[in-house]
Design a protein around this ligand. Structure first.
Ligand code: SF4
Length: 334
């Protein structure tokens, strides 16, 4: 098995891979697995293992040396540092999509997953792929929040397979904008994937203090276990914040489960219900507009500005409307 500590990544990526490996090691040991079992499973050689255990403040037998209170203090210090260190627009691309109000491409009537099946990937530790992508790789999202209560938080995105993980009741079932996203990797939901995702979240919270994850660029909450997974993550990682959309309606079983997390953790789990108006609603309009509001919903400022004020370079990081409150938002079809 390939030793992740000796692969030829850039220094920055190498540090991140180390953090993911350590976070996975930490979680497996917390789950009661022995040091030997975990080392074999993750393919960690002896020297790297000792190094990782030291970094995790654990003894050679995996026992913890650091108290929970120490850990909380450390996270809070890092959180403060993250808030002052990272404040700049980190986007690699500035030109987003100008919305037309038209559907770009319709999926076949019998489509049950993406129209680009080759882009669906199973996560494997040995591949060393980052599951969460930096928001700076997406012109609309941006890499860092530049205003509001989450100012300074680093933004990441998560992409699953459209339709495969979505409720069939989704109003955009055939017209999903994933139909135009030919190059994007969609992650397959597997137990290993969820474990690695949990490791990435923990590692990124340790590194940046406060993070904001956009769920889901494509895809949705596939089942109740997956909703429970996010509940656990929000509970376990005080620095974790989430925003995004679900096609599950608020009064369905899944919608209620999602809403319950949102209510239990105010300001941390800002998931809106697509195709609904009212608080935490989000709807799609089929015409371009530069109006600020339509039928009581605020039109997405990034879309509005991309039509008549691109010089403002508005993006989610500089807007923040989605996580600032429960005001319904309207999106122009694109
Ligand atoms: S309303 Fe603001 S935060 Fe929400 S998607 Fe549009 S630009 Fe991003």
């Amino acid at each position: 098995m390939k030793d992740m500590a000796t692969t030829t990544h850039t220094p920055g990526a190498g540090v991140f891979v180390d953090r993911i490996r350590r976070a996975m090691l930490d979680m497996c040991l917390d789950d009661g697995e022995s040091v030997e079992e975990v080392a074999e499973k993750l393919g960690i050689d002896f020297d790297t293992l000792l190094h990782d255990l030291r970094a995790l403040e654990r003894g050679p037998d995996g026992a913890k040396r650091r108290s929970k209170a120490d850990r909380a203090r450390r996270t809070s210090n890092q959180k403060r540092r993250g808030l002052v260190d990272e404040l700049r627009d980190r986007r690699r691309f500035m030109e987003g999509v100008v919305p037309t109000g038209q559907v770009n491409r319709l999926a076949p009537a019998d489509a049950k997953g993406t129209v680009y099946p080759k882009t669906v990937k199973t996560w494997r530790y040995m591949d060393g792929d980052a599951i969460l992508k930096g928001g700076e790789m997406n012109a609309k999202i941006g890499g860092v929040v530049t205003k509001g209560r989450l100012r300074g938080a680093r933004i990441f995105t998560l992409t699953l397979e459209e339709r495969k993980t979505c409720p069939t009741s989704c109003a955009m079932w055939r017209s999903c904008y994933g139909n135009s996203m030919e190059k994007v990797t969609r992650w397959r939901l597997t137990p290993d994937f969820c474990r690695a995702l949990a490791g990435s979240i923990r590692a990124l919270c340790d590194l940046h203090g406060t993070i904001l994850i956009r769920l889901h660029i494509l895809g949705d909450f596939a089942n109740e276990n997956y909703v429970a997974f996010w509940h656990e993550q929000i509970e376990a990682n005080p620095g974790l914040h989430v925003f995004g959309f679900t096609a599950h309606k608020p009064r369905t079983k899944m919608g209620l489960a999602i809403g319950a997390i949102r209510e239990a953790y105010p300001g941390r789990f800002m998931i809106r219900h697509s195709g609904t108006g009212g608080p935490w609603g989000a709807d799609v309009i089929d015409f371009p507009t530069t109006k600020q509001t339509i039928a009581g919903a605020t039109v997405c400022p990034e879309q509005r500005d991309s039509i008549d004020a691109p010089q403002k370079a508005t993006h989610c990081g500089s807007c923040g409307l989605c996580w600032a409150g429960d005001t319904p938002i309207a999106f122009i079809q694109h």
